[in-house]
Ligand binder design. Sequence first.
Ligand SMILES: Cc1ncc(COP(=O)(O)O)c(C=O)c1O
Length: 365
Amino acid sequence: METGIPLLPFAIDANLNPMPDSERLKAFENLGFGTLFTDHMAVIRWSVDAGWHDAKITARAPFAIDPASAVLHYAQEIFEGMKAYRTTDDKIVLFRPDQNAKRFAQSAERMAMPVLPQALFLRAVEELVRVDRNWVPSGDSSLYLRPFMFASEAFLGVRPAREYIFSVIASPVGPYFKGGSKPIAVWTAEHYSRAASGGTGAAKCGGNYAGSLVAQAEAQRHGCDQVVFLDAAEHRYVEELGGMNIFYVMADGSLVTPPLGGTILPGITRASIMTLAAESGLKVEERRYTFAEWQDDSKSGKLKEAFACGTAAVVAGIGTVRYEGGEFQIGDGSVGPVTESLREKLVGLQRGVTADPHGWVHPVP
Ligand SMILES: Cc1ncc(COP(=O)(O)O)c(C=O)c1O
């Protein structure tokens, strides 16, 4: 159930000490991922008694929270990841933000948190982007937006908290992977799993990521960019990466991706790619695919390409797969033509370069 009123008044308290233009533009020359932040943030509070209240855009600053805040103990926290793009004709657009608002609401339900009305989610994101519009870089870079909500009630009992803070922060970003558009190497975690049936795998909650870090560190130790998780029950079926969904391009031209089923994050990029692929005449199958099949099909040539997709990296070709028993290559190890063409289609839409028949592109006036 949604709680509160969407048309809450939004106060705008401008940052009196914004980063000087020259400093910001200098920083834009060498953008990494998630290390530089804009001048402002959005904040909305919720309590059992007052509902959603105190909505504002304010100077970005630390929160003062009580050491007993429930989030610090029981991890009642959810978040979203989305981007604002500067189009070639200098407009600022969001890509399918309604889908982020919807997924945020679903994550809230799963984590026994109040559901922020989707209109209020969108309003907070839009107000922040408007105030920090100079922070939206052009070209291949973008402004990564991080809406999040946490339990702020000071209380040590184990039950849903009665107070929450919703906030949006923003970070201008360049490529997610250091290698840019080069194919990535992935590590298959054969012992650690990310999500089990009935768990929180389909929610975008911080705890899912905390549990994945040891596997991600293992991936990095093996020279890999990302970890691939297998299903928790049998450790056989490929599910998704630490922060991205996965697709396979078969020799017959069809696309295969693991079905959602509650343990996988329902990626907005994944859904968009399924639509774009089907429109370009590719058969798209959501079906379970084992790690053994992945190895066999790579060797036999039945599998031509594999790619990871998500808001942060958009589409990243997978060149090499490592695991405890060794490693194998996909195709000739380079980014394949189907991956490249789907990436171009998606990026063209996101950047306002190609027509948008689906109404996915949301201008921020
Ligand atoms: C675990 C996980 N899977 C998939 C995705 C891709 O989702 P989206 O395409 O909505 O960014 C993400 C990124 O947000 C993620 O963290």
